[in-house]
Design a protein around this ligand. Sequence first.
Ligand SMILES: [Cu+2]
Length: 479
Amino acid sequence: MMKQGSGLPGTPKAEFGLTRRNLLAGAAGFAGVAMAPGGIFSVARAADGFIEITAGPGQYKLYKEDAAASDLWLYNGGLPGPEIRVRRGERVKVRLINALEEGTSIHWHGVRIDNAMDGVSGLTQDPVPPGGTFEYDFVAPDAGTYWYHAHNKSWNQVGRGLYGPLIVEEEEPVFDRDHDLMLIMDDWRLNDDGRLDTESFGMLMDWAHGGRLGNWLTVNGKSNPSFSLKAGEPYRIRLVNASNARILELDPDSIGGQVIGYDGQVLTAAEQTTTEALVIGPAQRVDLLVVPETGRDLALVEVSTSQRFTFAEFKVSGEGKGNPPAQLPQANTIPSPDLANAKRVVLDMTGGAMGRMGPMRYKGRELTQDDIRATGQVWAFNGIANLDEEPLFDAARGETVLLETVNNTAWPHAIHLHGHHFRIVSADGSLGPWRDTFLIGREETVKVAFQADNPGKWLLHCHMLEHAAAGMTTWIRVT
Ligand SMILES: [Cu+2]
């Protein structure tokens, strides 16, 4: 596969740890809650079969137990929101109830979904107003690791906690619930008292640089949780990066195992993880097959900064020899791109701090330098900041699109296409694994190909949520 971003040039190196607590952060750790794998969240259904998810404000402790609680926005009062788990081909029915003081909607990240259910405020639906409800009802066509999150002012709403896990199981799951762990990782900017720094949301400085980077990582909303694993038994560990902007680089030796899937799509053969970091950009997922060894505890360790930062532990108990499953989960069937007959589209990314900023159009007019501070628009796709009346391109249903993204900025980005999965096209023309979000380093060009087989209006944007808000958002139309 393409080296998706290991040591991406331009990756910011914001350190972890609260300023006065750096010494406590790594070594001492926090007791955390010992969690049984799987089944830690339960979700109730209403009489009509809908799962009810209320988005609303809540108090939540992100840091150690005796630290102050943060003002977050949560789904059903939890972090993450309730786990939704269905089988491939089943319907997902969710009633969103908006108890926030601003409009919201839910996007089902990575699901090749009916366009009307994609949940993008301002493109596929109006935001659900405060006090309002919206019913999502769609088929989950592919098994895999997905997540859902707010898609209105995402930089603020996701950044305050509005996200949750969505797991679509195979018809015959290879791993039972005790051996199937969903770990949603998130990067938070905390104040010295351990509370979320809410005052810095929307800072133009973040929007024009690497996005909102934090100083603390949680897993499933917990600081340094500890999981219990049994030696010799195979586990599927589903890793999701819910960070606003942080590209996570995990030490592969500390977690062990092999990659068996990216962005929800399982591979046909497990990939041995190399000594390079396991790089997971914002919104990306990696599924691992881990078979713990006797006497060797495992951990999630972030290595992109100058200090190794351990943020989850796996206590391995019992005796057992490696016993991998006889087979991997059955892969999904996604229509392959036809490169010989592809429509080629170039996406030129410009703007941001230390970058070239040519003329930029926003809402149909040319932006002046003075406008930039007023609108917060500092990035552009092909010279246009944010959603325009017209799509980036039209594709006929079934047509293959070869999207060539040229990063003429000084920053890395994580580009997400809605409604489709694509494959990265290497220089030699070979195709990488299926993905729905790709990383691109500064001055880098990445080509992806997909068959535009899902009709509708689909967002194409940077999943560094500040970048998306600051201009790195466009849309495509499949007719
Ligand atoms: Cu970006």
